[in-house]
Design a protein around this ligand. Structure first.
Ligand SMILES: *Cc1c(COP(=O)(O)O)cnc(C)c1O
Length: 297
């Protein structure tokens, strides 16, 4: 593909798989956080379709969500690569983020995102003109299956080469799009947990995209609210870093690893954990965690 007259230097696919030991359990990790410096994680997989295909009349992407979102940042990179305008609607931008931009918000602005502090108009998807692409919050759309199938194929090839027959694939969910399409394309069981809403919300999300063949959902006893701070989230994040030397995301992965620890400790199959990136979002989360639990201002 030609971008600004040059050949795209990287293909944004084929991430490595590593074996780690966490709390005495051996687990494989698919390092999608390493896909590319600027375009990584499951958002890179979900938006790969829009990177690779021709969209001759498209000049603008329109999306919406939170002002700290990983999807927002990845869309800003996509739009920069493709030379598209990017309009992003948010209900509200926290004042401290406006005065002190960090992480996803800061980098997305640098990439030229036009942020609009206004509820996304309800009829927007009907009123999109022929030059605009509408991407729903979190990239929950059918086109995401294009890049996630490539991810599934990478896993299938690896398992074949490593001669692994019994495999379970684990990843935490937001909209559930990644877990759902992985289950669609993988011959292995896909297991997940709900991080944004509850189990019912996640099942509904699955059903919107596919009627059946849904991933298995694991639960914890305690109820967690997305974006809130929990001591056990911070602790397992630090434990993971210490034991594996890998940084995981604080919004999804902390809950994911707590679930895995609770339910899959004695699992006989090999386990593959999908690292879905999101590390730019950790900057502001770590500031909040350090302030709350380490009393560092
Ligand atoms: C977006 C995101 C998720 C959730 O992905 P879904 O496809 O919406 O379930 C999980 N982890 C990270 C790090 C993310 O950025």
């Amino acid at each position: 593909m030609l971008i600004d007259g040059t050949i795209l230097p990287m293909n944004y696919i084929n991430s490595p798989i590593e074996k780690i030991t966490f709390n005495h359990q051996e687990i494989f990790v698919k390092r999608d956080d390493l896909l590319h410096k600027d375009f990584s994680g499951n958002k890179a997989r979900k938006f790969y379709y829009f990177l690779k295909n021709d969209f001759d009349n498209i000049t603008k992407v329109i999306s919406h969500g939170s002002s700290q979102s990983n999807a927002m940042y990845s869309l800003s990179v996509l739009c920069k690569l493709r030379n598209w305008h990017f309009d992003y609607y948010v209900d509200h931008i926290a004042p401290f983020i406006k005065t002190n931009p960090v992480g996803n918000y800061k980098e997305a602005l640098k990439n030229g995102m036009n942020i609009i502090e206004k509820k996304v108009p309800e009829d927007i998807s009907k009123n999109i003109d022929e030059n605009s692409l509408f991407i729903p919050e979190g990239g929950a759309l059918e086109e995401a299956s294009f890049g996630i199938k490539i991810l599934a194929d990478e896993i299938i090839n690896w398992a074949e080469e490593a001669k692994i027959k019994a495999l379970k694939v684990f990843l935490p969910s937001g909209t559930g799009t990644t877990a759902l399409y992985l289950q669609k394309y993988l011959p292995f069981e896909v297991i997940t947990c709900a991080c944004v809403g509850d189990e019912e919300y996640l099942k509904k999300q699955f059903t919107i995209l596919e009627k059946n063949n849904h991933p298995k959902i694991l639960n914890l006893d305690k109820k967690y609210h997305f974006g809130k701070l929990y001591k056990e989230f911070y602790e397992i994040h630090k434990e993971l870093k210490e034991q594996t030397n890998i940084e995981f995301d604080l919004l999804y992965d902390s809950k994911g690893w707590l679930c895995l620890n609770k339910h899959l400790k004695t699992c006989k199959s090999s386990i593959l954990y999908i690292h879905q990136g999101g590390l730019l979002g950790n900057i502001s989360m770590l500031q909040r965690y350090k302030y709350k639990y380490d009393k560092i201002a």
